[in-house]
Design a protein around this ligand. Structure first.
Ligand SMILES: Cc1cc2nc3c(=O)[nH]c(=O)nc-3n(C[C@H](O)[C@H](O)[C@H](O)COP(=O)(O)OP(=O)(O)OC[C@H]3O[C@@H](n4cnc5c(N)ncnc54)[C@H](O)[C@@H]3O)c2cc1C
Length: 293
């Protein structure tokens, strides 16, 4: 089923996983998917790596989930390091496998490279990929948005202009980059409305697992860690268990507030670590996403 149609019927809970580097890591991904399945997510998604074998694993996991489980699935696809013809090939395989949903992204540069450089004959921006998919396929389509602005956007007006462009070219809904201060998301919703963006905007939530990792992630994507949270992360920087508990409590409160404000869904960046998301969903007790005792 297309996620845009699910969103017409209900508020969604979704979970994002990533493909392993090596083939023998695939069963662990399925175990993580299996564990969160107990909470009846409305869809799951699998990220698309910067190159190499992980991309084939993304296709494989996405296809297998679609064909062997009751879960709805969304494939991530990026413009990194492939020509339009190669992207077309991926889309044809996804379509042949019965995948109905794609999130179209430009992608981050491969590790060690500072900036995104399109290959000759490749797409330059997510907007071009969205346009291509709309012209040739019937997939339900999502795109990314950035409550605090994308790091390459010179200002927030620029950023919202291209968010709008993604919708104009065919994105059915947007999923946000992670953030830790809900005010950024609510401000973004206001700016999006003013810019005429009228599709569902789903907040992306990453439960904090440890201090070093979250500092790295937020510095890469430009998300702000609120001062009090930052102080606690510093205090327990050497104690991952405490930070994980803190992350569970923080994300529970964050999602509760988002949900109470009426967001159309919530998208968890699971990072293949199902424990925190399972605890958060248990705490939240959202209708349709509880686990029987
Ligand atoms: C929900 C979500 C899922 C993600 N999944 C993945 C994944 O699976 N794999 C992965 O590698 N990365 C993933 N990312 C990260 C994403 O690829 C990066 O944030 C990337 O740097 C930008 O991708 P984009 O699709 O937003 O690009 P774009 O929309 O192309 O935006 C990149 C920059 O260019 C600007 N821009 C956009 N269009 C134009 C235009 N036509 N002309 C001029 N400037 C323009 C934007 O304002 C922005 O500053 C994900 C991000 C999110 C939020």
């Amino acid at each position: 089923m297309k996620i845009k149609d699910i969103l017409q019927e209900k508020r969604t809970v979704s979970c994002e996983f990533f493909p392993p580097r090596e083939e023998d890591g695939i069963p662990a991904v399925f175990r993580a998917i299996d564990r969160v399945s107990a909470f009846n997510p409305d869809f799951i998604s699998v990220t698309y790596g910067a190159g190499g074998s992980t991309r084939a694993f993304t296709e494989r996991i996405t296809t297998q989930v679609k064909q062997d489980t009751d879960l709805e699935v969304m494939a991530h696809l990026t413009c990194v390091a492939q020509t339009k013809d190669e992207v077309q090939g991926v889309l044809e395989r996804l379509d042949d496998a019965g995948i109905e949903n794609v999130i179209a992204l430009r992608g981050d540069p491969p590790r060690g490279e500072a900036a995104f450089v399109p290959v000759e004959g490749g797409f330059h921006h997510a907007t071009e990929l969205i346009e291509h998919i709309r012209a040739h396929f019937g997939f339900g389509l999502a795109a990314a948005c950035y409550p605090e602005g994308h790091t390459e956007s010179p200002d927030l007006d620029w950023d919202i202009r291209y968010a709008r462009e993604k919708v104009d070219r065919g994105a059915d809904f947007l999923i946000s980059q992670l953030f830790y201060d809900n005010r950024y998301f609510f401000d973004f919703l206001e700016r999006a409305e003013q810019a005429g963006i009228n599709v569902p905007i789903i907040p992306g939530v990453l439960p904090i697992l440890n201090t070093a990792q979250i500092r790295r992630f937020t510095s890469l994507c430009g998300a702000t860690i609120p001062a009090e949270l930052d102080r606690q992360l510093e205090q327990y920087a050497d104690d991952d268990n405490t930070v994980r508990e803190l992350g569970i409590e923080y994300a529970t409160n964050q999602v509760r507030e988002l949900w109470d404000e009426g967001v159309p869904g919530v998208h968890f960046y699971v990072l293949n670590r199902s424990y925190s998301v399972s605890r958060i969903l248990s705490n939240l007790n959202l209708p349709g996403h509880t686990v029987p005792d």
